[in-house]
Design a binder for this molecule. Structure first.
Ligand SMILES: Nc1ncnc2c1ncn2[C@@H]1O[C@H](COP(=O)(O)OP(=O)(O)OP(=O)(O)O)[C@@H](O)[C@H]1O
Ligand SMILES: N[C@@H](CCO)C(=O)O
Length: 289
């Protein structure tokens, strides 16, 4: 049995902590059978190989008596880079418990549990449901709704350096001025309407009008301003900071992607670039090959 979880790109500008899209990079979790203690094979750097691994920790939160297993993780999702690596691990752990403890969780229950663990639904909800998702917590429960899939390429510029979400949240202000917060919220509300109406010209403008987080984080990610400028010159829909960064995401018509990437390279921006697509499926269970 293999569990496949997509990466996710959160915020889309003003959708801070509430909007995210599943994208075509994947974490694959293979079950290699039961064991006397938990073992997680992976080549993802310093992440734990034992019970402390976030995937196992999440599974044990749901099913504390789960029999230990040998697991293998293969993932294209860069860790601490703003593409939802922690959410992919949490969702894989929930699915692991779901499968081996026969929890029979519905998709809604998985979103609820994953959002409680992560604290906000913007990465976990698309990683579970697939596609573009808008959601938040109301009281003690989470609601999430799927919006139409944008028919564009998502070009991820992935700087080499890491940026932990904790560090990128620490630079945010403790308070926002009343008028600034109502305007920031109005921008986000109008973005959601434009996304559901598939008016991507207006949506692009609103994605770049964020007043919640990018201005505070931009000094941590100098590539954001540079790539935004290049994307404007190349007719992109919008460029935004993916999740907490440092990945910079550009939404662009596929016919313009190659020219845009060439322009990025000409500007001596030499880090990893991935041309991604919205993932419509979310977490998927695959039988043994
Ligand atoms: N494949 C994995 N297996 C186990 N734990 C993981 C895995 N990927 C990520 N993690 C955990 O998630 C942490 C990174 O989470 P963090 O929220 O800082 O970054 P991110 O999820 O990649 O970015 P963002 O939330 O901005 O999209 C890692 O330090 C590790 O603890
Ligand atoms: N909405 C979150 C996404 C990363 O977890 C943030 O920007 O901090």
């Amino acid at each position: 049995m293999e569990i496949q979880v997509p990466a996710s790109s959160a915020n889309l500008g003003p959708g801070f902590d509430s909007i995210g899209i599943a994208v075509s990079l994947y974490l694959h979790l293979q079950d290699l059978g039961s064991s006397n203690k938990w073992r997680v094979d992976h080549d993802l750097g310093s992440l734990p190989h034992n019970q402390q691994n976030m995937i196992v920790q999440t599974a044990l939160k749901l099913a504390p008596d789960l029999t230990p297993r040998n697991l293998k993780v293969v993932s294209d999702i860069p860790v601490t880079h703003g593409l939802g690596s922690s959410s992919s691990a949490i969702v894989a752990g929930i699915e692991l418990a779901n499968q081996f403890a026969n929890l029979n969780l519905s998709a809604e229950e998985k979103v609820e549990i994953a959002s409680q663990i992560e604290g906000h639904p913007d990465n976990v909800a698309p990683a579970i449901l697939g596609g573009l998702v808008v959601g938040t917590n109301i009281g003690d429960h989470f609601d999430a709704f799927a919006a139409p899939l944008p028919p564009y390429d998502l070009v991820a510029y992935i700087p080499e350096y890491n940026l932990a979400t904790k560090k990128a949240r620490a630079v945010l202000p403790n308070q926002l001025d009343y008028h600034q917060s109502t305007h920031a919220s109005a921008i986000a509300n109008t973005l959601v309407a434009a996304l559901f109406k598939k008016d991507y010209s207006v949506a692009g403008e609103l994605i770049e009008a964020d007043e919640f987080h990018e201005q505070y984080r931009s000094s941590l990610v100098p590539e954001l301003a540079k790539i935004r400028q290049i994307s404007h010159a190349n007719g992109a829909v919008a460029t935004y900071l993916s999740g907490a960064g440092p990945t910079v995401m550009t939404i662009i018509d596929s016919e313009k992607t190659t020219t845009f990437i060439n322009a990025v390279r000409q500007d001596k921006l030499n880090d990893r670039i991935e041309v991604l697509h919205p993932d419509p499926d979310g977490v998927v269970i695959k039988p043994e090959p």
